[in-house]
Design a protein around this ligand. Structure first.
Ligand SMILES: [Zn+2]
Length: 651
């Protein structure tokens, strides 16, 4: 159910009436209002809490943070920045109640000194703002509810990155679909580990709000739980590790995520429970309708048929990753064995020529990445077509899903995610560093395939990067559904790695990249600082300045050529000038290309760090044109007055 509230535009005295009208309207039209109390409360939330959450929801859906102020605790308003920044436009809300301590495990936990302290300070109620989200994008938002002298108020957000001291390490998932009803029925047996000495008296799992959990167990025993939107809460057992069992189902018809069509289905949007989207291993069993082929992450363990003749396959993925996909459909397949890997194209049409071209490209890219990054971790890789409303392509490490006809364009990028996202996982809760690496890999693959291009050539057409590149730092761009964040995460990410390649040399950069994969601790996610440490270690130098200016700081350099003079010097010419920086200062190696009257080209690199850097070029023939960054390697702003090419007066 979706609704967008416009209540906050009304004068205060009418808001109560309007809210009542809207509530009646919703009750008449729909089965449930957009926010609701959780099922099975021991005690219903206090009445004022309902009003607080309703008012907060109205404010949230205006996407203006200041409207939250009346219902937010004093220290909480800053943490509502997500209201203005996230890509989700329509939110729903629900109240979640923390479990009451009960049973021998909980009593034992309460007796353990420090834990009892944490328990006393823990909130009892939470407001969950939720919506369906595509993967690698937005998530639900959880704020504790506290009772103050002014009534119920929302506290500072419990961010999605907060694990609460728990890690979900392994899944045993089982997925079956009903094509006619477009529903998925899923169960999971997930192993959870305590990673902190002190934990709150509850554990929170996240799961797409599409799915309704109908049964929940802890270590095999039925256990009380609550679900509010995409958040599930329960009292964890006292043991170091425990296993939760979940049965859930939901309608899968979301564009760009989980959907079931009459000849195919894809699941890739939080169809599995997770904690902070952190990496986990998984055994996944998929049951396909008769005539459909399931495609699952990892290595095949078991294959069979159900009573209807549908394929039942079980795959094991021992590589801990953050993102799981299951595809299934009436595919036409073409397989080929290359260097010990089984490569398969799964197309929804019979087009062996196109499938063959996909496999040709796949084999070349795989060879390139194995040579330059690290060994490929699976025995197989698949490229799977979808005709659903799917934005581009999505990696799943041992295969990838592609919108129809988009395969050839995206295969090198998606395959590289087996290293960037697979071997080195990325949560997309802090940054999408892996997208910069994937675009860089794609570009490197094409450059290597084309052979080295000569530097003594005419200048490349210049690309100027607009406002989108200046809005967010690379270290903070994390939501792939956001246009500006994507421009930075993919585009600037790739360009910054290209600049690093120029700075330290390709061979050294590839050693850094291999070391990044080889030394990354399996089971953990990475961020830019881990790569920075690798670069420092491999080069034996301190590259803080590089990552500070390119990754931590938003924006791009603005450079101008100025004060150019040409003088005769002996038999030749002497060209002098300066490279000016405006705005934030960068430390750069700036390539210059000089074209002389006889058509010859001359390259020179100038190290730039201050506002103005003087340079001198000497040539035998009369200088005609000077170009800054002729190979278009430095990402520069399109600032007013930028001059990259200057035509010189003929002497
Ligand atoms: Zn990608």
């Amino acid at each position: 159910l979706k609704y967008r509230s416009s209540l906050t535009q009304l004068p205060t005295q009418f808001q109560g009436l309007a809210r009542l009208g809207l509530a009646l309207c919703l009750c008449t039209l729909f089965a449930a209002p957009a926010w609701c109390r959780p099922d099975g409360n021991d005690g219903a939330p206090a009445p004022g809490m309902d009003r607080c959450v309703q008012q907060a929801l109205d404010a949230v859906n205006t996407h203006q943070r200041q409207f939250i102020a009346p219902v937010a605790a004093e220290d909480a308003l800053a943490s509502f920045a997500w209201v203005e920044e996230t890509t989700t436009r329509v939110w729903s809300a629900a109240i979640l109640q923390a479990p009451k301590a009960s049973g021998p495990d909980a009593r034992r936990a309460a007796n353990e000194g420090e834990e009892a302290g944490a328990k006393a300070a823990s909130p009892t109620y939470f407001a969950v703002f939720h919506a369906w989200h595509t993967c690698q994008s937005d998530g639900d938002h959880v704020h504790p509810l506290t009772f103050t002298a002014q009534g119920w108020r929302l506290g500072p957000e419990i961010p999605e990155t907060e694990t609460g001291g728990f890690r979900l390490r392994d899944h045993d998932l089982h997925l079956a679909i009903d094509v006619l009803r477009q529903t998925a029925t899923i169960r999971d047996s997930a192993r959870i580990e305590r990673t902190a000495a002190t934990v709150p008296p509850y554990c929170m799992l996240r799961l797409s709000d599409t799915y309704h959990v109908s049964a929940f167990t802890c270590d095999g025993r039925a256990t009380p739980f609550q679900q509010a939107g995409g958040v599930l809460i329960f009292a964890p057992p006292a043991g170091k590790t425990f296993t939760v069992g979940l049965h859930y189902s939901g309608t899968a018809n979301h564009g760009n995520g989980d959907y079931i069509r009459n000849d195919e289905a894809t699941f890739n949007s939080y169809w599995y429970p997770n904690i902070a989207r952190l990496p986990a291993t998984a055994t996944i069993t998929a049951v396909a309708p008769p005539g459909w082929i399931p495609v699952v992450q990892g290595e095949p363990v078991k294959q069979g048929r159900d009573a209807d003749g549908g394929a039942v396959v079980t795959y094991r993925n021992d590589l801990p990753v953050c993102w799981f996909t299951v595809d299934m459909g009436r595919y036409h397949t073409l397989s080929r064995s290359v260097d010990g890997h089984k490569l398969t194209a799964y197309l929804l049409r019979d087009d062996p020529a196109y499938a063959g071209r996909c496999l040709d490209l796949l084999a070349k890219a795989l060879h390139c990445y194995e040579t330059n990054f690290a060994r490929f971790p699976y025995t197989r890789y698949g490229v799977v077509e979808t005709r659903g409303e799917f934005g581009g392509a999505l990696e799943a490490y041992s295969f990838a899903t592609f919108s129809a006809r988009g395969m050839l364009e995206n295969i090198p990028h998606e395959l590289s995610h087996t290293w960037w996202g697979g071997l080195v996982p990325c949560t997309y809760t802090r940054s999408m560093w892996d997208e910069g690496f994937a675009d860089y890999s794609d570009q490197l693959f094409h450059r290597l395939a084309a052979g080295e291009t000569s530097r003594v050539d005419h200048p490349a057409p210049h690309t100027a990067y607009g406002a989108g590149f200046n809005t967010v730092a690379l270290a903070d761009a994390h939501d792939t559904s956001d246009g500006h964040q994507s421009a930075v995460g993919y585009g600037k990410g790739q360009l910054v790695l290209r600049v690093l390649e120029e700075e330290i040399g390709r061979e050294t950069l590839l050693r850094c990249i291999s070391a990044f994969v080889a030394n990354h601790p399996r089971g953990e996610a990475a961020e830019w600082p881990e790569f920075e440490q690798t670069v420092d270690r491999v080069t034996g130098s301190d590259y803080r300045w590089f990552f500070a200016q390119w990754v931590d700081r938003k924006g791009l350099p603005t450079l101008h050529l100025s004060d150019l003079t040409v003088q005769r010097e002996g038999k030749g010419y002497r060209l002098e000038g300066s490279i000016e920086q405006s705005g934030a200062l960068y430390r750069l190696k700036v390539p210059l290309l000089l074209r002389t009257k006889n058509g010859a080209f001359q390259h020179q690199e100038v190290e730039v760090s201050g506002v103005s850097t003087h340079f001198v070029l000497r040539s035998d023939d009369s200088p005609q044109l000077i170009t800054l960054d002729p190979d278009n390697i430095l990402p520069l702003t399109s600032a007013e007055g930028t001059s990259r090419d200057l035509t010189l007066r003929d002497e």
